[in-house]
Design a protein around this ligand. Structure first.
Ligand SMILES: Nc1ncnc2c1ncn2[C@@H]1O[C@H](COP(=O)(O)OP(=O)(O)O)[C@@H](O)[C@H]1O
Ligand SMILES: [Mg+2]
Length: 291
């Protein structure tokens, strides 16, 4: 195949001219318009914007999981394969296996009637033909250990309600990790969690990236969240691409007024500590429920 670039310089994911539209009672409506971005191999891209800006529809379009009535046009090339024109059965082989997704609400993604171990193991088996239950259970325990769930060999037999919100999100991450995905799409993975637990989950995602070399798309409405993990940031608003750049560019030299407003909403810990010092008050960390 002449003209095919070397695997090393081709991005893991290349999104071009992605438009997502829905047919509604009032006619067609576009919820994502002409979105372009690249995710380099092993890189992390943050997609940021307020609620309704089209972030989730972007990730669902990449996964080929748009809700009924939704239609994507443009190009989504994953590791050299155009996903936009793949048949459903071919896409299914990539989804969940090479591309894994982590959602905001781990409770609604877990079935309350099965142990977490069974759910991780069965998800794994559904992508790995011929793997025994016993082997899949070992995979589940290992995956739980990798997301730092203590006593995983015992906890594997517990039900979702026996875990805190943060631990349930770790279980969803374990489920994704068990597939050894090349790309992880995390859609608001910390939004439902307490602030201290949020930080722990972000640390975990950063660690997984480092250790596995998987690419990461981190979707959030909170610029502070992406700044921890992603080196490239895409800002969206109302379905449009507002701007994109390195995290440093976006933080130090935002081009759009909208980005500046998002930045103004980010609390700056050094400012807070600075102002406390000037009033000569002791710096006492706020107490929070670390569920
Ligand atoms: N099934 C649907 N039909 C029509 N419009 C939808 C549907 N689902 C979502 N939308 C619209 O798409 C827009 C983008 O939604 P979404 O990607 O979920 O935003 P975000 O994740 O950034 O909060 C919203 O305005 C939403 O109302
Ligand atoms: Mg969303």
């Amino acid at each position: 195949m002449t003209g095919t670039p070397e695997p090393t310089d081709r991005p893991l994911l290349r999104v071009r001219d992605l438009t997502v539209s829905f047919t509604t009672a009032n006619g067609p409506t576009e919820v994502v318009r002409k979105l372009d971005f690249d995710l380099p191999r092993g890189g992390a891209v943050g997609i940021v914007g307020e609620s309704g800006s089209g972030k989730s529809m972007t990730s669902l379009a990449i996964m080929g999981l748009l809700p009924k009535g939704g239609r994507a046009t443009g190009s989504i090339v994953f590791d050299g394969t155009e996903l936009a024109t793949l048949r459903e059965n071919e896409l299914r082989r990539i989804r969940g296996d090479r591309i894994a997704m982590i959602f905001q609400d781990p409770l609604s993604s877990l079935n309350p009637y099965y142990t977490v171990g069974t759910q991780i193991a069965e998800a794994y088996r559904s992508h790995r033909a011929g793997v025994s239950r016993k082997a899949a259970r070992r995979v589940a325990i290992e995956a739980m250990e990798r997301v730092h769930i203590r006593d995983a060999a015992r906890r594997v037999d517990h039900y979702p309600h026996q875990f805190s919100g943060g631990m349930r999100q770790r279980i969803m991450i374990a489920m994704a990790l068990s597939m050894e995905p090349e790309l992880i799409i995390a859609d608001e993975p910390t939004t439902a969690l307490d602030v201290t637990v949020q930080a722990q989950i972000l640390d975990l995602l950063a660690e997984i990236r480092r250790d596995t070399g998987a690419g990461l798309i981190l979707i959030t409405h909170d610029l502070a969240v992406v700044s921890e993990v992603a080196e490239h940031i895409v800002v969206m608003r109302g379905g449009d691409l507002v701007e994109q750049g390195t995290a440093e560019q976006i933080f130090t030299d935002p081009q759009a007024e909208y980005t500046r407003r998002l930045l103004d909403a980010v609390p700056r810990i050094d400012d807070e500590i600075g102002s406390l010092r000037t009033t000569d008050m002791p710096v006492v960390p706020a107490e929070r429920d670390a569920s």
